[in-house]
Ligand binder design. Structure first.
Ligand code: ATP
Ligand code: MG
Length: 180
């Protein structure tokens, strides 16, 4: 499976519709400070279901919608669609291409879609569970995260390894069983 396409409209600094295509190799995004490189990573996190605005570097969820500039009006909606090539069947769904979408209106109304069909956030979480690409997977390493890993306490670092190797879910299940 690989990231095939990212469509961004009205998300943070992306006032115009932008389509980024990837071909399965390595892609690098370069540009001057403040041009929107990290906003692309934020868009990926967001569309994969991120609920913490702090992780998206904002104060309230509305901050992900294009806020306008001195020459441009603010927009009323942010929309991101991420398309994965699923021809190897990594995602447990019978499609060669899987497009996950998320929309947020200024009114607070929001919408998630899988291949254009409205769904719940839970459906997206279920689809990505254990693939390593969910919002809590380690497919996105943010600025400062490596430093944090190096400087963290051994107990906390272990948690990260447990998560990355898929051990946490067994620990969680064991904890749940012992509670009963
Ligand atoms: P650096 O090289 O410093 O890491 P970068 O390319 O990663 O920079 P970003 O952090 O992605 O830059 O983009 C920051 C820009 O996005 C700022 O100019 C900020 O004003 C703009 N921005 C963030 N949220 C919004 C929003 N809701 N509406 C309009 N612009 C926004
Ligand atoms: Mg940045």
């Amino acid at each position: 499976m690989y990231l095939k396409k990212l469509e961004i409209y009205g998300f943070k600094s992306f006032a115009d519709k932008v389509e980024l295509e990837f071909n399965g190799g390595i892609a690098a995004v370069v540009g001057p400070n403040g041009c929107g490189k990290s906003n692309i990573a934020d868009a990926i996190r967001w569309v994969l279901g991120e609920q913490s605005i702090k992780n998206l570097r904002g104060n309230k969820m509305e901050d992900v919608i294009f806020a306008g500039t001195s020459t441009r009006k603010a927009l009323g909606v942010a929309s991101v669609i991420i398309t994965f090539d699923n021809s190897d069947g990594t995602l447990p769904i019978d499609y060669e291409e899987v497009a996950i979408g998320r929309k947020l209106y200024r009114s607070g109304e929001s919408e998630y879609t899988i291949n254009g069909t409205p769904c719940r956030l839970k459906d997206i979480n279920d689809l990505l569970y254990d693939t390593g690409i969910g919002k809590d997977g380690y497919s996105i390493i943010g600025q400062g995260q490596v430093e944090k890993l190096i400087n963290s306490r051994p107990e906390d670092r272990r948690e990260i390894f447990d998560e990355a190797t898929g051990i946490s879910k067994y620990k969680y299940k064991k904890m749940e069983t012992l509670k009963r």
